[in-house]
Design a protein around this ligand. Structure first.
Ligand code: F6P
Length: 559
């Protein structure tokens, strides 16, 4: 690292020390009987066990010194005070205001939030109690949420996670992909009279969402939905009221969003209305309350006991000092199976940056690749690489202590056992001696031991955090999600990057336009030849792909 500070140099040396034989995770545990308790911290609704991480008694203090050098505490205060932390777009990031923390720099948002939440509550209650009915006077039974990125991932993930809180009269579908296969299969079996579409788009200009909204509207009309009843079946969530109205949504059916809520932080706003419709208004309120409790912890807890701060610093520790390129998120909870996808956007769109807030090249690596899936499924696929692959991949396990109901107790114990066994296996591994002794005891021949022992050795000493929630409730889920938002912010503050913009996604959108226009306009070989002559801007590979697709479509009669 160029121009490193004393603290950064110390961290480099410290890392070298921790890679030595007497500093393995097993060795650290054997020397410190109090390690598990000492490195376990409480936050609202969750307990974080960092004891299986590559840290010793001095690591946290050096990491906290780094936090001090990078003014982390000040960055947190600025965020909560409502300062323009999103400097490239000249905006504050006020998603915490939606859960009750009104920033001193923007007291006016309190009133807007109150008004919008009242509008949301009235609407959700009306749909649930039958005051809002479909065109034939029957109840709304199906909700189709059309949105992408933050206008889909968060609401879809929370709705799946709160499966024990669902309103039995309503089924919620989420449509995001511009591939019509998704919306067509969501609409199969639905009827316009009982279906409500929510078009969620902060910009109301996102290609995928606009395409799907138009397809939904066409489906509605083609299947007996009447024009004068569109207002009972289409609502929107957006900052762009004129665009929603010109699409055909009644002004009264538009829920506001604001520039100060980033897409990936928007499930707490009206963008999350599908969550409340799928469950209840109270459930949504409880989700906000859980997040608010974590916000207070993040804002007020001293850094050395602050769970998202420690977690964020550990992510920096692995990314910059252990060269870990990725981090696995492993929820041992089927309802949380969409959490890794939500966190991919939250973390990678926020931290995938190559310049600092001032536009200068960063001096160290930034965001890691986030991936994972619900346990125990991952154990039967990619955990092999976690255990015996050649990369160091810090893992974050999420366990829920209590099953949703007593009749799930026995399988739930197996779920927990597998979760705890995985973090233990990653840490302890299995040495050559242990493998040989085990094989011998099982009656293996010397030749067999010689042939197989090396394959069975598991190196161990691989780090993980375990987050333990008492129950999966709206409150604990809210707290967990706010923990991840805060953890991302901590990393952005250390790397001095902007966690709230996403300029990198624009190029792909820009480049797809001329390609789409070619694919849409070259309807026959004759026009194709003419347009191709004017297509000097495309590279030969793209050119070839376009022409191969069009030819294949011609020969398959799919144009
Ligand atoms: O809500 P919108 O404006 O349709 O944007 C959807 C998503 O697109 C992105 O801008 C990225 O393309 C995300 O940040 C956002 O969540």
């Amino acid at each position: 690292m160029a121009n490193e500070t004393d603290t950064e140099r110390q961290l480099l040396q410290h890392q070298i020390r921790l890679t030595q034989a007497d500093h393995t995770l097993k060795a650290l545990f054997s020397r410190d009987s109090d390690r598990a308790a000492r490195l376990t911290f409480e936050a609202p609704h969750l307990t974080a066990d960092f004891s299986k991480q590559h840290i010793d008694s001095s690591s946290l203090s050096v990491l906290l010194r780094l936090a001090e050098e990078k003014n982390l505490q000040q960055a947190i205060s600025n965020l909560f005070a409502g300062q323009q932390v999103n400097n490239t777009e000249q905006r504050a990031a006020l998603h915490m205001a939606l859960r009750g923390h009104i920033p001193s720099a923007a007291p006016e948002v309190a009133e807007e939030i109150k008004r919008t939440q009242q509008q949301m509550a009235d609407f959700v209650n009306a749909v649930h109690n039958g005051a809002w009915l479909g065109q034939d006077g029957g109840a709304i039974t199906n909700i189709v949420n059309i949105g992408i990125g933050g206008s889909d991932l968060g609401p879809a993930m929370v709705t799946a996670a709160l499966q024990d809180y669902l309103n039995p009269g309503i089924t919620c579908h989420f449509v995001s992909n511009v591939d019509p296969a998704q919306i067509d299969s969501a609409l199969a079996g639905l009827t316009p009279e009982s279906t409500l579409f929510i078009i969620v788009s902060k910009s109301f200009g996102t290609l995928e969402t606009m395409q799907n909204a138009e397809r939904a509207m066409a489906w509605f009309k083609a299947h007996g939905g009447s024009k004068q009843h569109i207002s009972r079946h289409f609502v929107a969530v957006t900052t762009n009221l004129p665009a929603a109205v010109s699409f055909g949504i009644s002004e009264d059916n538009v829920f506001p969003m604001w520039d100060w809520v980033g897409g990936r932080y928007s499930l707490w706003s009206a963008a999350g209305i599908a969550i409340a419709l799928a469950t209840s208004w109270q459930t949504f309120v409880d989700l906000l309350a859980g997040a608010a409790a974590m916000d207070q912890h993040f804002l007020n807890q001293p850094l050395e006991e602050n769970v998202p701060v420690i977690a964020g610093l550990l992510s920096v520790w692995y990314r910059n000092y252990w060269q870990a390129e990725s981090q696995a998120i492993l929820p041992y909870s089927q309802p949380l199976h969409l959490l890794p996808s939500h966190l991919q956007q939250l973390d990678m769109e926020s931290l995938g940056k190559q310049v600092t807030r001032d536009g200068v090249s960063v001096q160290q690596d930034t965001g890691a690749i986030i991936w994972g899936c619900a346990g125990t499924n991952g154990q039967h696929s990619f955990h092999q690489l976690l255990h015996q692959g050649t990369s160091l991949i810090p893992a974050e396990f999420i366990a829920i202590a209590c099953p949703a109901s007593a009749d799930r107790w026995e399988p739930h114990q197996h779920l927990l056992a597998n979760c705890f066994a995985q973090s233990r296996a990653l840490m302890t591994g299995k040495s050559t001696e242990e493998v040989e002794a085990e094989m011998l005891a099982a009656g293996a021949s010397t030749e067999e031991i010689k042939r197989l022992a090396a394959h069975k050795v598991v190196p161990g000493n691989r780090p993980s955090t375990t987050l333990l929630l008492g129950r999966l409730t709206p409150q604990s889920l809210g707290s967990l999600l706010a923990y991840y938002e805060a953890k991302v912010f901590v990393q952005s503050a250390i790397w001095q990057i902007n966690a709230f913009d996403q300029w990198g996604v624009e190029l792909g959108k820009q480049l797809s336009r001329p390609i789409a226009s070619r694919l849409l306009t070259e309807r026959n070989s004759a026009t194709r030849a003419t347009t191709s002559e004017n297509s000097a801007t495309l590279d030969p590979s793209t050119e070839q792909l376009i022409s191969l697709c069009l030819k294949t479509q011609d020969s398959n009669n799919t144009r």
